[in-house]
Design a binder for this molecule. Sequence first.
Ligand SMILES: *Cc1c(COP(=O)(O)O)cnc(C)c1O
Length: 425
Amino acid sequence: MSSASADSLDTVLATRLETQRERQRYRLRVTTGTASKKGGHLIREGQETLAFCSNDYLGLAGDPRLAESLAEGARRFGTGGGASHLVCGHSEAHEQLETRLAELTGCQRAVLFSSGYQANLGVISTLLGRGDIALHDRLNHASLLDATRLAGARIERFAHLDAADCETRLSALDADRRRLVITDGVFSMDGDSAELDALATHCERHRAWLMVDDAHGFGVLGALGGGTREAQNLDPSGIAVTVGTLGKAFGTQGAFVAGSETLIDALIQFSRPYIYSTSLSPALAWATLTSLDIVRDEPERRAHLFSLIERFRHEASSLSEFDLHLMPSATPIQPLVIGPSWSTTEAGRLESHQGGNEAAALALAEELERAGLWCSAIRPPSVPAGTSRLRFTLSAAHTHEDIDRLLSALFTAAHRLSSARSTLA
Ligand SMILES: *Cc1c(COP(=O)(O)O)cnc(C)c1O
């Protein structure tokens, strides 16, 4: 430790970066255009690419109507908030957007944050402190765990999607402590959804609070785009804290927390990440009002998206013949898990320090890249060892032809790589 600290800052960091490159985990690509133009097409490092990795689920990030209201909002309210909300950065645009988000979530009130990461930090650090307990679904988003650590609260975990396990663990916890049960609405790496009704029942029985981060559900799920709760017909009163981002289906940026009048009032007065940060751009808040209109008035976007999901799942299920397996996801997040037989592939031998199936995920993603397609190869530590996967996100910006192109490239790549494997065996 002492010798490391004597090294220059660049030497210390260069070593870490080198390891990252060796593990093929070094990331960052430059793009031009947005994934919503011409059905998910964008230019990556000079090359036309069809992207299946954006969270722009409704194709709104490049919608000219949003660009127009962003410009109008900038002219009316300015590009920047100019100050934090409590000083003088809280505009009429913010106020209107908060009212609309309360309506969308079915909650009494909502408050804006500059990002989902900040919203999670803002809520958890206000509700919990040392000695309190956050009970997480095992696959919760990293921002929820980071927020709990910064709050100094104890982290407990229950098995993924397992409401019964959550209840067992709640029973074992000290009821005199504050206990916050936290779950994603839709899980970002698996695409599956929490069973909110059961969690709400257990929380009520044990007098714990339920927090749902539905970053991937809002705008996409439910007849009105009201997210996982709406899709599951659950009364909003069962959920104490709801978090959503504006950077995914709504196509802009920022985030919100929704809940009771008292919760929101307390966040505004006590949440340090809210108080000590410049307000979200009022121009973006204004543009997001247009985005909420579109989410409400154009349900055909959701209908189109779900027809793409159905087409993809119907065809891609046959990839199991190559030991590539769709996960049971009914959302635009569609992971394809690399099965155990890939552990001994040619690709698997290339990088001896990686599990074979990690290398196979990379090799498949590279094959797709050569065919002009862009998806993410997700490997540990983002997912458990042995479950490396390709993760495809579908968007209303895609066409049925785009899905067919993806499927055809996937079958070609799977076929080519598995033949390479059998010649080696
Ligand atoms: C994307 C995401 C966030 C972060 O939201 P940003 O607005 O991008 O900061 C938080 N929670 C979950 C579950 C997410 O998927």
